[in-house]
Design a protein around this ligand. Structure first.
Ligand code: TPP
Ligand code: DXP
Ligand code: MG
Length: 642
């Protein structure tokens, strides 16, 4: 076993004592471990995971479920040179723990610390920084193709993909290609019957049939042996028999969906039996061409509460205190925009039978369970299939319904062409709810929803709005459902402030003045209104600053642009989104079109680079979106008194 990381304190680790993990500077020693030692490493990994969840929210049940699979993979492959892609990457914690990152692991999902997803900047064991589901098979096919062309056929390639990610369309694009290329590839399908919620769709039903396949119950091999003893002859009858035999075997062997695509199907096998998984990984490796190894696991395995409730324990809040006692969550502060969205949706669906709602495997994240219960016939969970979700909604809309598509800003990026072609180009009144539009915090660059202002406002016919406070949400959803064109409403993973004033009626393309000011104006788009108001209050006595709640980036309120630029000495636009193509860009475009002097305009937005993980308030401060920073931007904008 290799010595521990030089200079690391191997005696005190914030997440407990784990002598085997502490000694792993890479995964190579695992292949020398006895079965008992491997089981002990698995126990140490689970202990680290449980202790981590005493400190912060993090991905939990998914990681518990892949401990044995991860160990088996690292026993049978050297992923310093072989290729391993964990699909989505939320289940990468065991992989990180056995590939030399145990000592840094307590920093995971904190600013400057390890990412909660694969990160090539951390280790050669991580090839792609991911967080969006479904892409592993495609990148694995590409990696293998590159290694074949590059003369590196000895580098094996493995993709591990969950049953929730598996129905994503891109996976079938990848298998379509892999089956034809015929390059060696191992696809490990980690089937735990769960997405975040229980998996949905006909692929899920197919996997359930495969799970119940006699092979898994141990009967298949006997039946196949029997068939193999069936004598073969030369005449036409025997060809029929041969076809029947193959047909029966194939039916028994299962996996016909894959076999027909040229991808050998093996399994299902118990994914918590390290020795068994190692055996089948070795066998899959000896089969030429692409192989799909169907592995059955339990999400939350090894920690009973998580196995019993893998939905809650997908990314639970910290659920233990440092003494290991279970703590119950207190809802701190004001309800998040997500709950206001859910309540507005529920109200709209009760008021109008034409209204439907579609989520892409994020019922739990979108807090839509009560909507699913109340309107089962108008609630649709299409699985991790965002492209389909948008085109599906367009189809519903074409029949006269008023569909709502509730998809996180970052995940909606997957539907870009369908937003363009099936919705905007057809000018269909689909309503897009873009949850997590802003800095999502610990999930980092794969999950921050920072690009939607730019990617949505470019489409003709599209209306783009954002509530600045709680009471606006319902009004904006009503306005959207009453507008005969596509609309999008963006909001962050944050509490919604309550303003003690009745919101002005929502008029498409019209903003709302929150406070008047003679020295200048802060124009906030969306939830940054909170920071804008706080900044104006900080400046009282120094500068008299007005605040405008922009409400719309498209159509932008041209009159407001003119009034704010002409009346004051400066205008500061503020948005929780990327500077490039964002609200500030739209504001300046409008000012230029109106021949206004744009020198007094300053844009506060996220810079043109990917933003690391960290706490949302830390990130807002770091990137000049805190009240103090906005106030300073106002002071810096006042021309020096001559
Ligand atoms: C494109 C995309 N849509 C949605 C998500 C949100 N998400 C993260 S993990 C997950 C469930 C994944 O299920 P599965 O692949 O079976 O992994 P498991 O958690 O069961 O191990 C979902 C829906 C995502 N990461 N990417
Ligand atoms: C891996 C993944 O994409 C989801 O688990 C995501 O992290 C959920 O984000 P929320 O916790 O903001 O719903
Ligand atoms: Mg799953």
């Amino acid at each position: 076993m290799k010595s521990t990381s030089p200079g690391k304190d191997t005696h005190h680790h914030p997440l407990g004592q784990h002598p085997l993990l502490a000694g792993l500077t890479d995964a190579m020693p695992l292949r020398t471990f006895t079965p008992e030692q491997l089981e002990s490493v698995g126990a140490e990994i689970r202990d680290v995971l449980c202790n981590l969840l005493a400190t912060r929210t993090a991905h939990f049940a998914s990681n518990l479920g892949v401990v044995e699979l991860c160990l088996a993979l690292h026993c049978e492959f050297d992923f310093r040179t072989d290729r391993l892609i964990w699909d989505t990457g939320h289940q990468v914690y065991p992989h990180k723990l056995v590939t030399g990152r145990y000592h840094d692991f307590p920093s995971i999902r904190t600013a400057g610390g390890l990412m909660g997803y694969p990160n090539p900047h951390e280790s050669v064991y991580d090839l792609f920084m991911t967080g969006h589901a479904g892409c592993s098979v495609s990148t694995a096919v590409g990696l293998r193709s590159g290694d074949v062309i590059g003369g590196q056929k000895n580098r094996r390639t493995v993709a591990v993909i969950g049953d929730g990610a598996f129905p994503s369309g891109i996976v079938f694009e990848a298998m379509n290609n892999a089956g034809e290329l015929g390059d060696d590839l191992t696809i490990v399908l980690n089937d735990n019957k769960m997405s975040i919620c229980p998996r949905v769709g006909s692929v899920a039903n197919y996997l359930d049939r495969l799970r119940s396949n006699p092979f898994y119950t141990g009967l298949k091999s006997e039946v196949v042996k029997l068939l193999d003893r069936v004598p073969m002859f030369g005449d036409p009858a025997e060809r029929l028999l041969a076809q029947m035999k193959e047909g029966v075997k194939a039916g028994l062997l299962g996996g016909m969906l894959f076999e027909e695509l040229g991808i050998r199907y093996v399994g299902p096998i118990d994914g918590h039996d390290i020795a068994l998984v190692r055996k089948y990984l070795l066998m899959a490796r000896e089969i030429s061409g692409p192989v799909l190894l169907h592995v059955v696991t339990e999400k939350g395995h090894g920690y009973k509460p998580a196995a019993e409730d893998p939905v809650y324990f997908h990314t639970p809040p910290a659920f233990k205190d440092s003494a290991g006692n279970l703590v119950t969550q207190k809802s701190d502060g004001l309800p998040p925009y997500t709950l206001h969205a859910r309540d507005a949706v529920r109200k709209a669906m009760a008021a109008d039978p034409r209204v439907t709602i579609t989520t892409a495997a994020m019922c739990q994240g979108n807090k839509l369970e009560p909507v699913r219960e109340k309107f089962p016939d108008r609630f649709f969970d299409v699985g991790i299939c965002e492209s389909h979700a948008v085109a599906f909604a367009a189809g519903q809309c074409k029949t006269g319904l008023r569909p709502i598509v509730d998809i996180y800003s970052t995940f909606l990026q997957r539907s870009y062409d369908q937003i363009f072609q099936e919705v905007a180009l057809q000018d269909l009144p689909v309503t897009f709810l873009l949850d997590r539009a802003g800095l999502t915090g610990p999930d980092g660059p794969t999950h921050h929803g920072l690009f939607d202002i730019g990617y949505m406002r470019v489409f003709p016919n599209m209306v783009c709005m954002a509530p600045g406070y709680a009471a606006e949400f319902e009004l904006m959803l009503q306005a959207s459902l009453g507008h005969d064109h596509p609309c999008s409403i963006r909001y962050p993973k944050a509490s919604a402030i309550q303003l003690n004033h009745d919101p002005a009626p929502i008029e498409i393309g019209k903003s709302e003045v929150i406070r008047q000011g003679t020295d200048g104006t802060i124009v906030a788009f969306g939830a940054m209104l909170e920071q804008a108001i706080a900044a104006a209050e900080l400046l009282e006595g120094d500068l008299d600053v007005g605040v405008v709640n922009a409400r719309f980036v498209k159509p932008i309120d041209e009159a407001m642009v003119r009034e704010t630029v002409v009346s004051g000495r400066f205008v500061i636009t503020v948005e929780e989104g990327a500077r490039m193509g964002g609200f500030g860009s739209a504001f300046i475009e409008s000012a230029v079109e109106q021949r206004l002097d744009t020198r007094s305009i300053r844009v506060c937005a996220l810079p043109d680079r990917f933003i690391d993980h960290g706490d949302r308030s830390e990130l807002l401060h770091e990137h000049g979106l805190s009240p103090e920073a906005i106030a300073q931007a106002c002071r810096d904008s006042v021309p020096a008194k001559v």
